[in-house]
Design a protein around this ligand. Structure first.
Ligand code: URA
Length: 441
């Protein structure tokens, strides 16, 4: 078999068979297929697409390129959750404790920030002492004892995805639906959970900017999960504006704590309750309505917040900052951003806010960059609010004042202010399961 022939067949719009896809992935990971040939293949896939069967085989081949985690050492049904990535997306920090407080085990591997989007592992590491790299025994022991643990991905989870992702990043082939679906689901299948809840973000801060593409991506991923024998559901949630008010690692943990205290932002609370209820539903905890009530009760009773504290302490973190988020290290400098005109906020470009937060130090500009956990942006006005010229829109936090100018320009550029009040938009657009798409208005 020759990679040249496979590239030509895909370029001509033909379907690759199972043997060909497995050959391509095995040989690429082994170093026998060079990056230039794989780049050509990725571009051919970008333009020609992949059938459901091709995507399922690609996902399986990428998943099996490394360790397949065996979670059978943890009792009960294990439910995973994955977000396709966003800005201000601290949902895992809220949902995992809710689900664990309702008696469903969460053994979750999360990622770091990517591009303009944040990552759960970076947020967790804002907690002093918090360990996110645990050996398997410790990870299992913590889940069995406390009901939850969230760690970074192990070194050998889907190594083919690591190589392919790096190549896609530099060959303009990231935003291909079959490639995103295979990339995300290969890691989910390798992570070994029984059920998977996908949070597919849509809008200006998401990889998928349109609702139609987000639904297509969700359908592909649900089909892959179900094909692999995992109950899989996807919610399509808004990422057209940032979720909550905080963008930046320590501030996002603090906002997650507020939400677990019942005093968090309304949008974040609504999305988290819905995601958690769907995870509980997948774990057979009752009807959707019953699961929603379970999730809400876990916040009201304080049990969900106690679960987060238990997890932080079990992973070596200092729970003082969870009990009192004022204890988080504070940024050396802050700067206010004020509205340049009067009117309604008609849009907040989320990708621009994400890039501005990275520029302030909350994310990595290069692979080697150190994250500044205290850096970021606190939004003070959101979509639909009325502002007068000079009103406070947002506050920036950084370790050096030199970072403020560029970030301020991006944030001012992100805020659109107009004369008319914009229409109300839903936070959750649709639910995609194996039986179809349910749209919410
Ligand atoms: N997240 C992933 O893990 N892979 C993609 O391709 C896009 C987002």
């Amino acid at each position: 078999m020759r990679m040249y022939d496979l590239i030509m067949r895909k370029r001509n719009g033909e379907e690759l068979d199972e043997q060909e896809i497995r050959f391509m992935i095995q040989e690429y990971v082994a170093g026998a297929i060079p990056d230039y040939q794989m780049s050509a293949m990725l571009m051919a896939i970008y333009f020609r697409g992949m059938s459901d069967l091709e995507t399922a085989v690609l996902t399986d081949a990428v998943a099996h390129s490394g360790d397949m985690v065996d979670l059978s050492g943890i009792e009960g049904i294990k439910v995973d959750k994955h977000s396709t990535g966003g800005v201000g997306d601290k949902t895992t920090l809220v949902i995992a404790p809710i689900v664990a407080a309702c008696g469903v085990k969460v053994a979750k591997m999360s990622g770091r920030g990517l591009g303009h989007t944040g990552g759960t592992v970076d947020k967790l590491e804002a907690i002093p002492g918090m360990q996110t790299s645990l050996d398997t025994k410790t990870f299992f022991d913590i889940v069995n004892k406390t009901g939850l643990s969230v760690v970074g991905q192990s070194g050998n989870l889907a190594p083919a995805d690591k190589k392919l992702y790096a190549l896609r990043d530099v060959t303009a082939t990231v935003d291909s639906i079959p490639l995103i679906a295979a990339s995300i689901m290969s890691k989910k299948l390798a992570a070994g959970n029984d059920c998977i809840l996908l949070d597919v973000k849509t809008g200006s801060g998401a990889f998928m900017k349109s609702l139609e593409d987000s639904i297509l991506l969700a359908q592909k991923m649900v089909a892959i999960g179900e094909h692999a024998g995992k109950r899989t559901v996807a919610l399509i949630t808004d990422m057209d504006i940032p979720l909550g008010f905080a963008i930046g690692n320590a501030m996002e943990v603090a906002e997650a704590v507020d939400t677990l205290n019942g005093t968090g932002p309304a949008d974040l609370t609504e999305v988290c309750i819905s995601l958690a209820a769907n995870m509980l539903f997948l774990a057979n905890k009752g009807s959707m309505e019953e699961c929603q009530t379970l999730a809400e009760d876990s916040i009201r009773s304080g049990r969900a917040l106690s679960k987060l504290i238990e997890m932080v302490e079990a992973q070596g973190g200092d729970s003082k900052v969870i009990r009192n988020p004022q204890e988080f290290v504070q940024a050396k400098y802050s700067k206010e951003i004020r509205a340049e005109q009067t009117g309604f906020i008609t849009h907040i470009n989320t990708e621009k806010c994400g890039i501005a937060s990275v520029a302030l130090g909350a994310g990595r500009e290069t692979k080697e960059s150190q994250i500044d956990y205290a850096a970021g942006i606190l939004l003070k006005k959101k979509y639909g609010e009325y502002v007068n010229q000079g009103d406070l829109l947002a506050i920036m936090f950084a370790e050096e004042t030199s970072k403020f100018d560029a970030a301020q320009n991006m944030i001012l550029d992100a805020y659109q202010i107009g004369a008319n009040s914009p229409e109300e938009k839903p936070l959750i657009f649709a639910r995609v399961g194996k039986d179809g798409v349910e749209k919410f208005d």
